[in-house]
Design a protein around this ligand. Structure first.
Ligand SMILES: Cc1cc2nc3c(=O)[nH]c(=O)nc-3n(C[C@H](O)[C@H](O)[C@H](O)COP(=O)(O)OP(=O)(O)OC[C@H]3O[C@@H](n4cnc5c(N)ncnc54)[C@H](O)[C@@H]3O)c2cc1C
Length: 377
């Protein structure tokens, strides 16, 4: 089977073998049996965050097809000491193969808040912790309680709490090399449906707030938020759509670089930048006082906009190298798309070109967001 048929970027050669276990027992058996052979193996969900080489994969690909959303605490949902008085928590266990957006849809319909801004992200629920999916001011990590994990080294199933997963901006210990299978994920959401329409989590993304006509920090009906996120994604080609070539991608191809404050100061004044740590750490400040701003240079990490760097390096939406079938999306600078019949090599040539131009202009080396299989950038 061709991996180009199993991945959203639509590149990748043949896989030696493909298994499609659909029940948790079949999944565990398939993975354990494959590991026992000593052959190469690759887990795949929706194939929406991988770039597979044109040589394909000389081993077993296991497509995780398990489905199921289970509520863990129907009677005992406790009042969480949260800022929203009256909200209750809901715990869910979700099988790894459950499509992520079907899960979000289910939670929104039930009036459960916590992952609504992650509407429209393709792929499976089991892959969501791998890069701690995030969008529109929300990240999986703020709702993830734990994962059920079959560890490659020990062969044992473990329940790993979210705090032990090293979740960060588009990363986790799993993305960095801890090998194994995410069997299921456990989430804690807020049940805002007790009285009145169920409300979203406070909005934390300017563009989303503007589209909804509200302010940062406001809460809106959950289904309004989901519909708005989906409309925004659609306008950027960031919603999988077989009729829209701009969505034949792996989502954002580059992460936003995180650099030292000193380095960020040397960039043009117009370069967008957002502080990361340590400002994000909670601080206790006595009433009536403002937090002290530390002045030690280099203490802060600063997140830059990869899209801004790419555009200012002279690469615009729709850009393509001569004769190539790979292009920068015409609606989203960060996505590299397959305009029809592109090879993985063409995608990587374009990615390297973008990297080189940005490095030459700003001294920043962009890092790929998708997992590269049999390839290096
Ligand atoms: C149009 C588009 C928009 C996107 N928008 C966003 C976005 O806004 N935010 C964002 O964070 N991402 C986004 N993405 C990227 C992608 O959708 C997510 O990273 C998603 O979580 C990948 O899920 P998947 O099932 O397709 O994973 P795959 O691509 O199948 O796999 C990704 C990695 O996870 C591993 N993996 C998969 N399943 C398991 C499992 N059960 N156990 C262990 N390892 C596993 C694979 O081996 C691989 O290393 C977008 C992608 C596209 C195409």
């Amino acid at each position: 089977m061709k991996l180009s048929d199993l991945t959203t970027l639509r590149v990748g050669g043949d896989a030696a073998d493909v298994l499609e276990p659909a029940s948790p027992d079949e999944l565990l058996a398939a993975v354990r049996e494959t590991w026992a052979t000593g052959d190469e193996w690759l887990l795949l969900g929706g194939g929406s965050n991988v770039v597979v080489s044109d040589e394909g994969f000389d081993g077993t690909v296991i497509r995780v097809m398990t489905r199921g959303i289970e509520r863990l605490d129907p009677e005992t949902a406790a009042v969480r000491p949260s800022a929203y008085l009256g909200d209750r928590t809901v715990r869910l266990r979700v099988q790894a193969g459950e499509p992520w957006d079907a899960l979000v849809d289910h939670t929104v319909r039930n009036g459960w808040a916590g992952i609504e801004a992650l509407s429209g992200i393709p792929g499976s629920s089991g892959a969501a912790p791998i890069q701690n999916i995030g969008a529109y001011g929300q990240e999986l990590g703020s709702s993830l309680v734990a994962i059920e994990f079959l560890d490659y080294l020990s062969g044992e199933i473990e329940r790993i709490p979210a705090a032990a997963l090293g979740l960060g901006y588009r990363t986790s210990l799993l993305k960095q090399g801890r090998q194994g299978l995410v069997v299921s994920i456990e989430l804690e959401l807020l049940d805002g449906a007790a009285d009145g329409p169920a409300l979203s989590s406070p909005i934390a993304y300017e563009q989303l707030a503007t589209s909804l006509g509200v302010r940062i920090g406001d809460r809106v009906p959950l289904d309004d938020l989901r519909a708005t996120v989906i409309a925004l994604r659609s306008s950027k080609g960031m919603l999988l759509d077989p009729n829209n070539q701009d969505s034949f991608s792996a989502g954002s191809f580059f992460t936003n670089p995180i650099v030292s404050e000193n380095f960020a100061r040397r960039l043009p004044a117009a370069a967008p930048r957002w502080p990361t740590s340590p400002e994000e750490r909670p601080v206790a400040v006595p009433l009536g006082q403002t937090p002290a701003v530390p002045t030690v240079a280099g203490e802060y990490q600063v997140k830059l906009s990869a899209a801004w760097l790419i555009e200012k390096a002279g690469i615009f939406r729709g850009f393509s190298l001569p004769g190539s079938h790979a292009a920068v999306s015409s609606r989203h600078t960060l996505a590299l798309v397959n305009t029809g019949g592109a090879t993985a090599d063409e995608i990587l040539q374009l990615a390297r070109y973008v990297q080189t131009r940005v490095f030459a202009e700003f001294g920043v080396r962009l890092q790929p967001e998708p997992v590269l299989i049999g390839l290096a950038l």
